[in-house]
Ligand binder design. Structure first.
Ligand code: TXA
Ligand code: MG
Length: 345
């Protein structure tokens, strides 16, 4: 039965969580990116429980959370200089490094592959839990497969309910978007998933990092990077990404006229000019407007919370304004694109 500590997490609560993990149970915990669904990384039975609770295919690898580079290196067959440099610069923090797997790391963690994703989170509750357990914690985002990532304890409870033994409440996540995943197993470090650390920041530390945009993935490559399905991070409400504010307002007007209940997900707030130049965006009370922020970090922090909220409002459609096609917006653009993808038929 999930419980919450409304005063945020006490030391006693952390000890209880560590005991649950030691016994093979599952604990959801906050990180600076999103909440994670944790189980002991080296315990195949706990890993099986994580996959079952999420409803996620067992071929999708999980990230092992550790305190520092030293603990990460223990899970790796090889810990390169690039790994050291990136860990030194970004840990603790929202960067996941994919490195060759050490022999004792279970294949259940790696999705059957020979690499393992490792990350040292910075959230104090996550770190306290890692310290209390004294061992690596496997944790995907604490949501059912292909649904919205959780950025509050309440999101976790709504998605996983009794499938998790305990939920630690650390408040809303500060980054609000998942870690950047960088593959260090090939010739050059490659971004597998854009996230809270952007390409420019990575390049400043490691000039050899290359971006691999999702669109360039062929079907074979997609299989080589499991867990990167096109539909992911998706609300139940259909979400359509439209290019340009005028297009968003035009579509909103059309749909509202047709009786649909519409939400607008915007970068910046509507101004008088938008309303007058497009007649009225909202013909009637059924247009909900959310402006998430002109800075990518602010937008990212609020994105999943806004989608959770809009999803719960029984709307017919969410019309999202396309974000700028620039490096700092890559992770947000990626999540919006996936949120808008059609379910495979
Ligand atoms: O911010 C985060 O990364 C959050 C928090 C809880 O740490 N975790 C998270 O986990 O987002 P998950 O399982 O939802 O996403 C993990 C991503 C997937 O895209 C997966 O394919 C990739 O990391 N990944 C993990 N290990 C990998 C590996 N060995 N090879 C390739 N990709 C890997
Ligand atoms: Mg996830």
């Amino acid at each position: 039965m999930p419980t919450f500590d409304t005063d945020r997490t006490s030391p006693a609560e952390i000890d209880r969580a560590a005991a649950i993990l030691r016994a093979g149970g599952l604990v959801a915990f906050p990180t600076e990116t999103v909440y994670g669904l944790g189980g002991r990384a080296l315990d195949p039975a706990a890993l099986a429980r994580i996959f079952a609770a999420k409803g996620r295919p067992t071929t999708h690898p999980l990230i092992a959370h550790v305190l520092d580079a030293e603990d990460a290196a223990r899970l790796a067959a090889r810990w390169s200089r690039v790994a050291s440099r990136l860990a030194e610069a970004f840990w603790p923090g929202p960067l996941t490094l994919v490195v060759p797997r050490a022999a004792h790391v279970p294949l259940e963690l790696t999705g059957g592959g020979d690499s393992v994703g490792v990350r040292a989170p910075s959230h104090p509750v996550a770190r306290a839990l890692l310290e209390a357990l004294g061992d690596a914690i496997a944790a995907p985002s604490a949501n059912r497969y292909q649904t919205l990532s959780p950025t509050t304890a309440a999101h976790v409870a709504a998605s996983l309910g009794d499938r998790v033994d305990l939920i630690l409440d650390g408040g809303p996540c500060s980054a609000g978007i998942e870690s950047t995943v960088v593959d260090l197993c090939g010739d050059a470090p490659r971004i597998l998933r854009p996230g809270a650390v952007d390409l420019a920041a990575l390049l400043a530390v490691e000039p050899t990092v290359v971006e691999r945009p999702h669109q360039s993935l062929g079907p074979t490559e997609q299989r080589a990077s499991p867990g990167m399905d096109r539909r992911h991070y998706a609300p139940r409400t259909p979400l359509v990404v439209l290019s340009g504010r005028a297009a968003v307002l035009e579509e909103a007007r059309r749909r509202a006229r047709g009786g649909e209940r519409v939400a607008l997900l915007l970068v910046e707030a509507l101004v008088e000019r938008d309303l007058s130049s497009n007649a009225r965006a909202s013909e009637g009370p059924e247009v909900v407007v959310r402006a998430l922020g002109a800075e990518p970090a602010a937008y990212a922090r609020q994105l999943f919370a806004a989608l959770h909220e809009l999803d719960a409002s029984g709307l017919d459609v969410i019309l999202a304004e396309e974000v700028p096609d620039t490096v700092p917006w890559r992770a947000v653009a990626d999540r919006l694109r996936r949120a808008g993808a059609e379910l495979p038929r």
